[in-house]
Structure formats: C-alpha cells, structure tokens
Design a protein around this ligand. Sequence first.
Ligand code: COA
Length: 126
Amino acid sequence: MYHSCVIKYASRHCGQASAILSQHKLGHPLDTPGLQTLVYKEGSAVKGVCIFGVADGYVYRLAVGKAYQRQGVGRALLHRAMFVLHDDYGVEEMSLNYQTDEARGYYANLGWVVDEASSCCRLKLT
Ligand SMILES: CC(C)(COP(=O)(O)OP(=O)(O)OC[C@H]1O[C@@H](n2cnc3c(N)ncnc32)[C@H](O)[C@@H]1OP(=O)(O)O)[C@@H](O)C(=O)NCCC(=O)NCCS
C-alpha cells in the first residue's frame, strides 16, 4: 500500500524541496523530462524528496530534511518509487551510486545489493 504522504512533485513544492537538497549539499533540477520527482508532504511541510529515472530506475537523489530523519520518510519515498517504476514503467531494477558510508549502510539495511567496487547499490523489483 502506498504511503498517502508521498505525492508527485509540483512547482509549489520547489522551495521546500530545494531547501532539503541544499541541507545535504545536494542539488538537482526538480522537474527534468524523463525523471520523476516524488515528495513526502505532511500538512504543509515537505519532508523528503526522491528523483529517479523512469526508463532505467536510476535514483538520482534521495534526501530527507534533517528534522525528519529516521521517521520512515526515506523508506516511504523509495517504496513508492519502486511501485511507480515496476507497475507504471515495467522497470525491473533500481540502482544508484552512494556517496557516503552512511548511505551505503542505509541501502544495505533496506535490502539493496551493494557493490563496493563501483559504489553502486541495486534492488530487483518483482
Ligand atoms: C539516508 C536518508 C535518505 C535516510 O532517510 P530516513 O527517512 O532518515 O530513513 P528511514 O527513516 O526511512 O529509515 C529506514 C530504515 O533505515 C534505517 N536507517 C536510517 N538511516 C540509516 C543509516 N544512516 N544507516 C543505516 N540504517 C539507517 C532506519 O533505522 C530504518 O530501519 P528500521 O525500519 O529497521 O528501523 C536520509 O538520512 C538523508 O537524507 N541523508 C542525507 C542524504 C543522503 O545521504 N542520501 C542518500 C544518498 S543517495
């Protein structure tokens, strides 16, 4: 079941979503053709953002506001991205390149297969 707080990005989310990326010294255009952006929004607060390619399942960004970490926001965003990719686009695998040991640990904990040689994590979508 989808988490009801996870919705498609719209331009009204731009300020808060950009601020979350900036908190983590990340940047990325939020509305790129061929990519989909999801936000986790509760009330008026955008708490997290996930940007991924709909053709290849590559996750470009996953970031959760520092005040909202460890509350299941990242998990909910990834979960919804999995279903969008598999059900709407027929994508069979998600992948990403992690930048930090913390991120590697996070994805390993969620069941992604980690390849340390390439700093790549993969998850089969079934
Ligand atoms: C990494 C990040 C996306 C995690 O999001 P989050 O919403 O805080 O994580 P969740 O609450 O969804 O955690 C899901 C599970 O992972 C665990 N977890 C969270 N952070 C973790 C970490 N750094 N290492 C290992 N496990 C972690 C949680 O305990 C939880 O497990 P549980 O359900 O068994 O308790 C977030 O901390 C973040 O934005 N970090 C900075 C940017 C970044 O590193 N992005 C990823 C790079 S691609």
